[in-house]
Design a protein around this ligand. Sequence first.
Ligand code: IVH
Length: 671
Amino acid sequence: MTAQEAQKRITELVEKINYYNQKYFQEHISEISNYEFDMLLAELIRLENEFPQFKAEDSPTQRIGGTITKEFPTVKHTYPMLSLANTYTEADVKDFDERVKRFLNTSEPIEYVCELKFDGVSISLIYENGIFKQAITRGDGLQGDDVSPNIKTIRTLPLKIKGENFPLRFEVRGEIFIPKKQFEKLNQEREDIGETLFANARNTASGTIKLQDSAEVARRGLDAYLYGLLGENLPFQTHYEALQALEQWGFQVSKTYRLCRNIEEVLEYLHEWEHKRHHLPVETDGVVIKVNSFALQNELGTTAKAPRWAIAYKYKAETASTVLESITYQVGRTGAITPVAELKPVQLGGTIVKRASLHNANEIERLGLRIGDTVFVEKGGEIIPKVTGIDLSKRPAESMPLQYITHCPECATPLIRKEGEAVHYCPNEKGCPPQIKGKIEHFVQRKAMNISSLGEKIIEQLYQAKLIKNIADLYDLRLEELLSLERMGEKLATKILMNIQESKSIPFERVLFALGIRFVGVTVAQKLAEYFGSIEKLQNATLTQLLQVPEIGEKIAESVIAYFQDKDNWQIVERLQKAGLQFAMKNVVKERKSNALSGLSFVISGVFEQFSREALKEEIEKNGGKVLSGISSKVNFLVAGSEAGPSKLEKAQKLGIKVISEQEFLELLKQ
Ligand code: IVH
């Protein structure tokens, strides 16, 4: 390839990938498969390595991460990053309006912009000639850390400004956060691999932007909302216009901002969002109220800490006080001990709270908890309520400092606490009932072997009846044994056996995840399965070989080695192999049946009679068609079964895309 050809292809690839990225991350539409996307990206990486002179500053390869920063350079802020004065009552908000008017010497109503106060970490972004240059943390307000490689991993952030009408140099201020759903997903993944959970999204976001490894940052899934524009001679008179411009330039601005003509409208906004805010994808803790006119903002100026033209109104965290009756200790699948506060039932934010998480021994110590104490409980967003403090004035005279347990509450084994870890563990992996049941629950879950009919209760019954004590025992279960359980009917028993039977075709990577090797979550299992191809190869792999697998570090490698050093685990794997589970990757070469659907793109929605959705997808691909996940103008047909998604149907109608039934699809195949 000549340099000229390379340059042309690189430009083409950058445009294409940026286009698909924008569709995917801002409009949630995938117009091509993950595989095709990865191929485009791989081609771009290859060409950029070969012809580095053509690597664009806004190249999407910048977003993948992979930069290991030794430490972050400190940078002075051009405009200091101030904080906001907090208010907690409507009276305070009215006072603020009065203060503004007095300062400006006017009795005319003041126009404000209301925005939600996102609970994340503030960031300042610098753009020059329309290209992203630098991202700086708040730091002490005057100088912060240059965390650009980490911030570039945020897919919704434009590396290049859209349109032409922008100032040569400007700064954008905003909030970096981890969306609620993503936070749950991260914690779910941590639970799967037996890691302690992140306590809250804000602190996780804050820790994430300071990580030295931007590939890990990319995996954490940060996002950003922008809410401020700064620069010299900006062509706008108001904050509202500036927000609209930010949107047009391709920044993600939360759609929740509103122009209010006076303070009464501000109060309406506060009421409106008090409960509605819980349905937003990000945690919020209040509203920011800003004077709209830039001229008035200038006139008002700032104090040393905060602008006079803006305040934060914080919603009251829902708290209640109640009595701590006892502490119980839960033992997880990996043996991790979680202390739980058992409370005198109390109303909190519309629900009755009886229990609250205490995380670990350090947390109990930090709070200085004693049984009988009156404690404050708070609900942060929709997470489990937590104990935030103690009302010492109500402490019973006879109360004693708490002693954390030293032995497992389930099997009486002495607990261990690894150096530097906050959590206690029960090391009796093979004899401690909740650990045994937990491993089986992990094995049958949907993401693993998908034996969905085996719920927690039935596992408990089977375990009590001594019918199962490890995952391999599941494959020896017989109908009579199941029927011997209380309240077990023939229908359910048959279904369980069928699900167990069906699980034998679950692919290797999921079986590997299901085994429950510590630190081997879904993604790691996939990587190991692809790299080694079979359980034999993995079993025999040395530490050095394991460390060669992309993204596998020492902690995981050592855990895999330890798992296979245990003879009992060998035996279980052997029994599962004999039972017929998949312990090697299948080379899935899909043979083409016909070209009947060649060049056509489909979206599938609903439930079908003759096909499972997976099978329908395969049928389309085998006949030369493509299956896309979202409706866009590129789609030719929406195959709609019963219970097809109404939003998909509506969108298809709007775009004039043909909606066909399963029957019509079969007709199409015959043509
Ligand atoms: S404006 C000069 N708008 O709240 C003040 N801040 O307590 C500039 N925050 O450091 C901030 N949402 O991290 C503004 N819509 C919003 C915000 C917001 C969250 C954070 C921001 C700031 C802190 C101030």
